[in-house]
Design a protein around this ligand. Structure first.
Ligand SMILES: *Cc1c(COP(=O)(O)O)cnc(C)c1O
Length: 642
């Protein structure tokens, strides 16, 4: 907030301010916006928009429980189009002599609605799929695909994996088996001979170039996957000996996910194309050059090389790849290959929003008035703190802060020794918080804030308890400090008055969010509204890549319910499908228990209780009903009010 603004008596908070505060235009990529009514809206295509709050309200009205994930297949369609058209435009602009064909690596999100949406939107572009395991391949083989679309098989492979991939070719699918380590070549040749199927083979090359950001280690000489230059040439020689060189169709590279810096992409693509040219020179007749994944998502909207951001757009990514490949091919006088990218994150991140209801707010004692002031017989330390509070000024606030910290320490020491009553401890702690709040208010517009006071906001932040599990729904926030934009679904024409951190309902103290997107670095608190009588919902955006499948069952909180929503003209929407989240029973059974065993155990104990006169027969029935109902219930908090 600017100094001039804050000196106005009642600065009007508008939806424009909200959009700026939560940086919606910066990260949304145009798929979400703040409406004039102060609501978050999904905007999957020109002219189509729907308020998220109304969708959630309809779900609640149907009697369903939250949390819920809203999925918008139209957004996936839009992303697939955007990627393909970006490459097509670059190809036309540069007069590139071949075309682009993407493949969707399904490990990013294997959900049926996601894979089917990508496949449907990608059909006309011959956009294919990528599988990294036998199970993923089995799934991909069952999909309807354009006959030219690729089905790339990456990852380490056993004979079963290879056989399945080879059978795929007989089903009319353009399956390419990528060799990740040299010994896989002989395995492929042996199985191909046994089945009498001609394989299409790719080789993954270990570039010396590396990505940037959190997955830098995926590239470079020490990478887990891929062949080195010597092995690459041996593959060519070996296939020549077998008279099967025409089976070698693809060179594959991948320098890691979420590449933040476009220069790294260019350097890697240059090296990959030089390698391609070298293999052509060695006699290979490669058709495809696969530049792998890594196309980023600008989670914090800062357009920088920060790990949660990226300093380029999809269009620039496509243009730089097309340009670089063309430049090297011209110089080396080799044919321009079909360009493949395995973009995953960039296609699916935007389509899903996790809706988290705020169920409670806790924080440093708000009101000193709640407590009686220090009385005559209060301990001296409490009286001292009261004096500190009264005397804070802009000139002495550092000293006041240090005094308060010291006094609080003393207060606790004296309490442990029995010299301070529980009542005085409560007063002292409330005074401490009041001192901090007053200092925070005094210095909010100061340019320079001493280091020791920088955490003040964090200390004073309220904890917004939200009905969700971080480990199930946003595991990357916990595991690798991934950032996701979080925005209230409505009231975006109202000034937020609280600074918040978010805690989930697991019994794990790591189950919290205290890092939020910011244009510079990260913020430790999120401005939110004081929840009123109406339920207050937060949306976590851009969570459609990797989170769904990496999520875990910590505390037996299961998969979240989800709604698949189509946006209609005129601000309307339709919930096409509602899938209830996992029931408690499923979570318990996944740990090796069986439902009848559980029910029997409860019944046996109840029978003993009846014999002991603790329980009546009628109560037993009620108890068993309630138990059964919970087994079939949602694992998250379910409040009657909604
Ligand atoms: C994970 C992975 C991808 C997907 O990467 P994104 O960054 O999500 O686009 C692509 N290719 C390979 C080989 C991968 O392992």
């Amino acid at each position: 907030m600017t100094a001039t603004k804050s000196t106005l008596t009642t600065p009007l908070f508008t939806t424009t301010d909200a959009a700026e505060l939560y940086q919606v235009p910066n990260w949304s990529g145009g798929w979400f916006r703040v409406s004039d009514k102060g609501e978050m809206e999904v905007t999957p295509a020109p002219g189509l928009h729907a308020p998220l709050r109304a969708i959630v309200d309809e779900i609640v009205e149907r009697g369903e429980s939250l949390p819920v994930i809203l999925r918008f297949p139209q957004v996936i369609t839009g992303r697939v189009k955007h990627l393909n058209e970006s490459f097509q435009n670059a190809i036309t602009e540069y007069g590139y002599g071949n075309h682009y064909q993407g493949v969707f690596p399904i490990k990013v999100n294997q959900r049926r609605v996601v894979v089917e949406s990508v496949a449907a939107a990608g059909y006309d572009y011959a956009h294919g799929l990528e599988a990294g395991s036998k199970a993923e391949l089995a799934l991909c083989l069952a999909q309807r695909m354009h006959p030219d679309a690729l089905l790339c098989c990456n990852g380490f492979k056993d004979d079963g994996f290879i056989k399945l991939a080879l059978w795929g070719r007989t089903l009319g699918k353009n399956v390419v088996i990528t060799i990740e380590k040299f010994s896989e070549l002989d395995r492929i040749l042996k199985q191909a001979r046994a089945l009498g199927v001609k394989p299409a083979i790719g080789v993954r090359f270990k570039l010396h170039a590396r990505g940037s950001g959190q997955w830098e280690e995926s590239g470079g000489d020490q990478a887990k996957f891929g062949l080195n230059a010597y092995e690459l040439l041996r593959v060519v020689e070996r296939l020549k000996e077998e008279d099967m060189l025409d089976s070698l169709v693809m060179l594959h590279t991948h320098i890691g996910s979420q590449i933040t810096d476009i220069r790294r992409v260019k350097v890697a693509v240059r090296e990959a194309t030089q390698t391609y040219a070298g293999m052509i020179a060695a006699g290979a007749k490669l058709k495809y050059l696969n530049v792998g994944g890594g196309l980023g998502v600008d989670y914090d909207g800062s357009k920088t090389t920060f790990y949660a951001s990226m300093n380029y757009t999809v269009r620039e990514y496509a243009a730089d790849i097309v340009y670089t490949i063309q430049e090297v091919c011209k110089a080396r006088e080799v044919p321009e290959p079909v360009i493949i990218s395995e973009s995953g994150r960039a296609l699916t991140a935007h389509h899903a929003v996790l809706i988290m209801p705020v169920v409670d707010v806790t924080g440093p004692t708000r009101d000193l008035e709640d407590l009686a002031p220090a009385s005559e017989d209060s301990h001296q330390i409490v009286k001292d703190m009261e004096e500190v509070l009264e005397k804070i000024t802009l000139r002495n606030y550092r000293e006041s802060y240090n005094d308060a910290v010291g006094d609080k320490q003393t207060l606790h020491n004296l309490f442990d020794l029995g010299y301070v009553t529980l009542m005085d401890r409560a007063r002292g702690e409330a005074l401490f918080n009041a001192i901090l709040r007053r200092i925070a208010k005094l210095i909010q517009n100061e340019k320079y804030v001493p280091d020791e006071l920088e955490d003040l906001q964090k200390v004073l932040a309220d904890k917004f308890i939200c009905n969700f599990s971080l480990f199930q729904s946003l595991p990357d926030n916990w595991a690798i400090q991934a950032l996701f934009p979080i925005v209230p679904l409505d009231r975006l024409n109202e000034q937020p008055t609280r600074q918040a951190t978010i805690v989930d309902i697991t019994c794990d103290s790591d189950g919290k969010i205290d890092k939020f997107i910011d244009l510079r670095d990260v913020k430790s608190t999120l401005p939110l509204h004081e929840p009123g009588d109406r339920p207050y919902y937060l949306g976590t955006f851009l969570m459609g890549a990797y989170q769904d499948v990496l999520g875990s069952a910590h505390n037996l909180f299961g998969k979240v319910s989800e709604a698949h929503v189509t946006v209609k003209p005129g601000g309307k929407f339709h919930i096409d499908l509602f899938v209830r989240g996992q029931k408690a029973r499923r979570m318990i059974e996944s740990m090796g228990y069986e439902e009848p065993m559980l029910r029997d155990a409860i019944e046996d104990q109840a029978d003993i209780a009846i014999k002991g006169g603790i329980l009546t027969g009628e109560q037993e029935n009620e108890l068993l009903d309630d138990y059964g109902e919970e087994l079939l219930g949602y694992t998250y908090l379910e409040y009657e009010e909604g």
